[in-house]
Design a protein around this ligand. Structure first.
Ligand code: GLU
Length: 420
């Protein structure tokens, strides 16, 4: 049975990626459907009082893909484009990512249809608390552990942790990750996704024998992932020639002052108003020449239309699902671009989330050095496994990564059998 519950472009995209991997694995039909579909979801309509006294209803979701290997894990997104099909696809990608990295988690994702830049801090707090209140019966440190995603941050996680803890009558830091370190967050979590993107990009440059100081980069998206990726690439000598967010894009072939852009973003919440380079239309940023192109914003930005025009050597997918399936085909036919797929490239965030969860459960806190060493070890090990699988099967890196991630979940399901 093919369910229509999550029908949408982006869910279809994730399903087709799954099908290609399952075909390669010769997965039997019954196991295939069980491994593909999300186990369950909760959708809520949340009344929230605005500062002017009005009450507005916000739509929120949480999709749990599977609970076969342990709790579900994944972020909560605040974005006007959120819909249940997208949340389901993002939950599936979390599953395959956690599995590829060897984490004891299934995937989940949450989302609220809202533009967070239009709400005051007080309104955001009330919305976040309401969302966690509604989700309380559905989540737990051994059931489903939330984290930040697009439009949410450490402060959002602190409010959610506080709401859950008040409901339960004791402080429960392990209910969310990506918290501020003062309330049980891990050192290095905030930077982890972007630093992972930069680390894996440097690994590719090494393989291609391109010295960092002769490489250039374009980073699309300047939120938590893109800003730290750009900062880290810049610090290692890579010339960052293009950056952009939803409001504006900048380009300068001589290199942009990334620490200044980072400071502006931190102070104002976006790149709007920064004066560090020539502006260009957002759609043109991706097709400027560079060594490393890092899409770090939303899904489906590299399409069959712009893929033939890309002028990069490496694509580092900091976002989830930035490349459509048709664009993947174009890139495979071109054969001149090395792609680091999302499920590996942006996994630094959930890896350090895992460390945070371990620290919360054990009440034993790690040094920054221990976090970083273990993070890079795990990223490199998964990268090696992906490379070996890709050579063994003669398939592109995304498909190799997906066969590893999906194969491990399917095998766990087969061994556990069906209950009852
Ligand atoms: N939202 C992030 C992701 O897409 C992090 C998830 C987590 O840390 O649980 O990978």
């Amino acid at each position: 049975m093919r369910s229509t519950l999550y029908e949408s472009e982006v869910f279809g995209m994730a399903c087709r990626q799954f099908d290609r991997a399952a075909d390669l694995l010769n997965m039997p039909a019954d196991l295939r459907e069980r491994t593909l579909y999300p186990r369950r979801c909760l959708s809520v309509l949340m009344p929230v009082r605005l500062d002017d006294g009005r009450v507005e209803i916000f739509e929120g979701h949480r999709v749990q893909h599977h609970l076969t290997m342990g709790p579900c894990k994944g972020g909560v997104r605040y974005h006007p484009g959120v819909h249940i099909g997208e949340v389901a696809a993002l939950a599936m990608w979390m599953t395959w990512k956690c599995s590829l990295l060897g984490l004891p988690y299934g995937g989940a994702k949450g989302g609220v249809k809202v533009d967070p830049s239009k709400l005051s801090p007080g309104e955001l707090e009330r919305l976040s608390r309401r969302y966690m209140y509604e989700m309380t019966p559905f989540v737990g440190p051994q059931v489903d552990v939330m984290a930040p995603d697009v439009g949410t941050n450490a402060q959002t996680m602190a409010w959610m942790m506080d709401t859950y803890s008040n409901e339960k009558g004791h402080t429960e830091p392990a209910i969310v990750t990506g918290k501020p370190p003062e309330v049980g967050g891990s050192l290095g979590r905030k930077e982890a996704t972007g630093r992972g993107v930069a680390h894996l990009s440097r690994r590719r440059l090494e393989t291609l024998k391109i010295p960092a100081n002769r490489a250039t980069a374009i980073v699309q998206g300047f939120g938590n992932v893109g800003s730290y990726a750009a900062l880290d690439l810049h610090a290692s000598g890579v010339k960052v020639v293009g950056i952009g967010d939803a409001t504006v894009s900048f380009h300068n072939p001589a290199g942009l002052d990334i620490p200044s852009a980072f400071e502006h973003q931190t102070r104002h919440g976006s790149l709007a108003g920064w004066r560090g380079g020539d502006t260009l239309p957002n759609a043109e940023l991706l097709v400027q020449p560079c060594t490393v192109l890092a899409p770090c914003a939303m899904e489906r930005v590299i399409t069959h239309e712009n893929a033939p025009k890309l002028r990069c050597r490496i694509i580092a997918e900091g976002a989830n699902g930035p490349t459509t399936n048709r664009a993947d085909e174009v890139l495979a036919a071109r054969g001149d671009i090395d792609l680091i797929p999302d499920v590996l490239c942006n996994s630094g965030g959930v890896v350090v989330s895992y460390f945070e969860w371990l620290q919360n459960l054990a009440n034993d806190y790690w040094t920054r050095e221990r976090v970083d060493t273990k993070l890079f070890e795990m990223l490199d090990a998964a990268d090696r496994r992906m490379g070996e699988r890709s050579r063994e099967l003669g398939v592109p890196s995304r498909l190799a990564a997906l066969t590893l991630g999906i194969g491990r979940v399917a095998e766990a399901k087969r061994l556990r059998g069906l209950f009852p």
